[in-house]
Ligand binder design. Sequence first.
Ligand code: LRH
Ligand code: MN
Length: 431
Amino acid sequence: MTSLPIDPQLIADQNARLERHVRNDYEHLGEQLARRDVDIERIAAQVAAFGVAIPSWGVGTGGTRFARFPGAGEPRDVFDKLQDCAVIHQLGRATPTVSLHIPWDKCSDYSELRGQAQAYGLGFDAMNSNTFSDQAGQPHSYKFGSLTHTDAGTRAQAVAHNIECIEIGKALGSQALTVWVGDGSNFPGQQHFRRAFDRYLDSTRQIVAALPADWRMFLEHKICEPAFYSTVIQDWGSSYLAATALGPQVQCLVDLGHHAPNVNIELIVARLIAANKLAGFHFNDSKYGDDDLDAGSVSPYRLFLVFNELVAAAHEGVAGFNPAYMLDQSHNVTDPIESLIDSAEQVQRTYAQALLVDRAALDAAQQANDALAATKLLKRAFQTDVQPLLQQVRLRAGAAVDPIATYRASGYRARVGAARPARAGGGGGIV
Ligand code: LRH
Ligand code: MN
C-alpha cells in the first residue's frame, strides 16, 4: 500500500491548533446564513461533493515562449506528477481527478499508473491529445496544422494520435477526450476558411467513431496562439457548429483564457447550457491573452458570474447538464503545488458563493426588471466570506484546515528537491 506523500499526523497536528476557531467561525456563519434561510449544512454537503481536476502539465513549472525557470523537484515523469497531485488532493480534498496530456504523460505500464492513482485516491479525468507540437521521428509535421492540414497523411496521423489517447484513457478509466488544435493561419489568404473547417469535421468524425459509447469528446476553442491571423476553432460559434455536426457525444469546452478581452463568457456558458453542449471548463485567469494565471487571481467576480450560471442551471434541473471541471494553468513564478491547491480552493469558494444566491428573489427581481435588486443579490452572495465553510469541509474530510501552511510545514518541496535531479532552465515552452 503506497503511503500518502504527506504524513497524516502532521495534518492532524496542524488542524488540532485551528479546530476550535473553525468550529466557532462555522457556527457563526451558520447563524448568519440561517437568517437568509440558507442551511449551511446543505451548502457544506454540496461543496464537499464538488471536485475540479488537476492538469498534469500544471504541476511542473510553466513558462512562456521567452523562457522557463524550473524550480526544485521538477517532476521527471507522470509518476512524479501523480505524487504531486496526491499532495494537492491530500491537503485540499477538492481535486479527486487528474487530466493527463499525451505524449507528455506517456508511460510503459498504464495499469501500474492506474494502481498508483487509486492508492493515492485519485482518478483520471479527460485525456488531452497533442497535435500542436512534433514528436521526435514523427513522419508528418504539424507546422501547418494537424486535423485540418491540407495533407491527408498528416490528418490521418493526427486522427491516429487522438485514437491512441482514447485507448490510453480506456486503460486508465477516463471517459472523455479533450481536443484542442492550434490549427489556423498567420496571413490573410494563407488558409481557405471553409475547406479547413470541412477538413476538421472530416477528421473529428473519425475520432468520434472511435469513442466508446459512454465517452464524451470536448472541443476546445481558442481565439489565437499559436496562429495569429485565424484559428480554425476560434470561438464558441465554430466549436458549437462542429459539436452539433458531430453528434451528442461531442460538446464545447470553455477555457476561460481563450477569449478576446471583455468577452461575456458567462453568456456563452448560458448559451451552451441551453443547447446541452456545455462540456465543461478549463479554469484559469487572465488579464490580456491566454495568460493561464491562477483561477480567480485577477477577476474573481468574472469566475463567480460563470458559476452563477452553472448553479442556476443545476437549480433549474436543466436536462443533460453535466459539465466537467478542470484547471488549466501555467505556474511560472509560484510553487505549482501551492498554486493548484489555492486555485482549487478558489474554484470551490466561488461555487459555494454561487450556491448562496437567493434564486427565488433573483427570479422575482428579474421578472420585475428591478436591475439594482437583481445585481445586489449576486453581489451579496459573492461578498459572503465562506472561508469557515471551506475549512470545516476540509476538517471533516481529513484534509488540512490551512493547506498552504501545512504544505510548507511538511517540507515536501525540499524533499522532492533532494530526490529529483535539478532541471536546467533555458528555452521557452509551457512545460
Ligand atoms: C491551449 C490549452 C489546451 C491544452 C494546452 C496545454 O492553450 O489551453 O487546453 O492542451 O493549453
Ligand atoms: Mn485549456
